[in-house]
Ligand binder design. Sequence first.
Ligand SMILES: NC(=O)c1ccc[n+]([C@@H]2O[C@H](COP(=O)([O-])OP(=O)(O)OC[C@H]3O[C@@H](n4cnc5c(N)ncnc54)[C@H](O)[C@@H]3O)[C@@H](O)[C@H]2O)c1
Ligand SMILES: O=C[C@H](O)CS(=O)(=O)O
Length: 491
Amino acid sequence: MNLQEPNLLRHSGYVDGSWISADSGATFAVVNPFSNEIITRVANLAEPETERAIAAATLAFQTWKQRTATERSRILRKWFDLLLVHKEDLALLMTVEQGKPIAESRGEVEYGASFVEWFAEEGKRAYGDVIPSPRSDARLLAIKQPIGVVAAITPWNFPIAMITRKVAPALAVGCTVVIKPAEDTPLSALALAYLAEEAGFPRGVINVIPTDRPAEVGHLFTHDPRIRKLSFTGSTATGKKLMAQSAGTLKKLSLELGGNAPFIVFEDADLTEAIAGAMTSKYRNGGQTCVCTNRFYVHDAIYDAFVQKLAKAVQALKVGDGRVADTEIGPLINNAAIDKVDRLVADAIEKGARVVVGGGRSEAGPRCYTPTLLAEVDTTMDLSREEVFGPVAPIFRFTTEAEVIGLANDTPYGLAAYFYGKDHARIWRVAEALEYGMVGINTGLISTAVAPFGGIKESGFGREGSKYGLEDYLVVKYLCWGGINDRTVTP
Ligand SMILES: NC(=O)c1ccc[n+]([C@@H]2O[C@H](COP(=O)([O-])OP(=O)(O)OC[C@H]3O[C@@H](n4cnc5c(N)ncnc54)[C@H](O)[C@@H]3O)[C@@H](O)[C@H]2O)c1
Ligand SMILES: O=C[C@H](O)CS(=O)(=O)O
């Protein structure tokens, strides 16, 4: 892999300002999901090294929180600048370890950097309140303070953005962080740490624990009382485990979990716009995003036209090595992922779904799946309930607004939903009726650092990005200041 800055390819953990090997000397392989080749090996850190990272973050918190928001902002801004200067190298590292097309990797570097830029400024606005006092002899205030040491556990599908979306607000308000990236994609996380060191973050403020032993490290994160906040992005199943494990030390939690996004097309929708939105919300990162459409609901009156138009766009998608400039669909992350997609498609076909495009593995690579479109699907099929996390578009029919709202909400998940239509009154009704944390209206792309990202129900809680994203790393302290009356004056 030819990097302009070879130092960005890191093989060690980053603890207390040092690049360290595992105490045991153990390493684990990082594999290119397209070629199945080992890219490199990385230090396999475990509990002892993690304990040292927590100790370092705890010590560093005492001084980092004393810096002014302006001083912290300047270091975050420098980090943002470095991320953009090294965009090409970071994108190549990401494509090689995660598989996404290089154009999407470049986009993610910019998207991830935008959280650093946004919170470099937002950290200066952790405003409190002066409260009108009910007593003449006292003054009341509410101030905001950093919660403390933050543990961040992040997924493989956005190996930069899911980290910066957490650590940028945490660092901006004065918290320190210990990050456990996904075992599939540690290289992006370690490159982030390298550039953070270059930007001037003091030792112990940022720590990265590469490991293929997530449960062991996670157990320490959830049980150590010095960790005051756990921010997790990943599957709902893992989120539930971590929440239960955190109960003993009552940690503040942010959980960004699984999704099952509906995409509704009403009979008055602009079909061209709806097709464009469908392609974006379904096939980005090969369908491996938490906000990807999982179920399409198309009004009966336009069903055939929609299927025909979407099929044409899906057939044109180029599958292959993410390093090739015009690749649009890369490999799935691992064998378990492609086996799951295979299982869900086979189940749907067995239960009567009609394959319009694709329907099986692609010859482009061992973990490549052909972009697939299934028609005449119904709720007996597993893919109507399970998150496919692959390039598969199942298209359901509906006839009334009430029917489709019921279908769309019939899931334990509540992350993102999308719908296309022109009737203004219906837009309000549907936007308010959908039980999701985020709703795209006549658009298939909603994610930005300036808006609150997050779900409800079993998609988790907490918000990332926007002014709301700052609150997840703050605590409110109430000050009641008595003795205000002038005691030299006799009443
Ligand atoms: N809501 C969001 O913002 C968002 C974003 C990206 C992905 N996701 C969800 O994540 C899932 C896909 O990611 P994934 O397969 O990596 O999820 P995952 O839950 O398997 O892994 C996520 C992270 O948790 C770690 N982990 C796994 N088991 C653990 C344990 N017992 N203790 C501590 N850490 C543990 C992993 O090593 C990884 O770092 C999908 O469900 C997707 O919807 C959600
Ligand atoms: O998959 C999870 C990410 O949050 C998707 S997005 O890039 O933020 O839309």
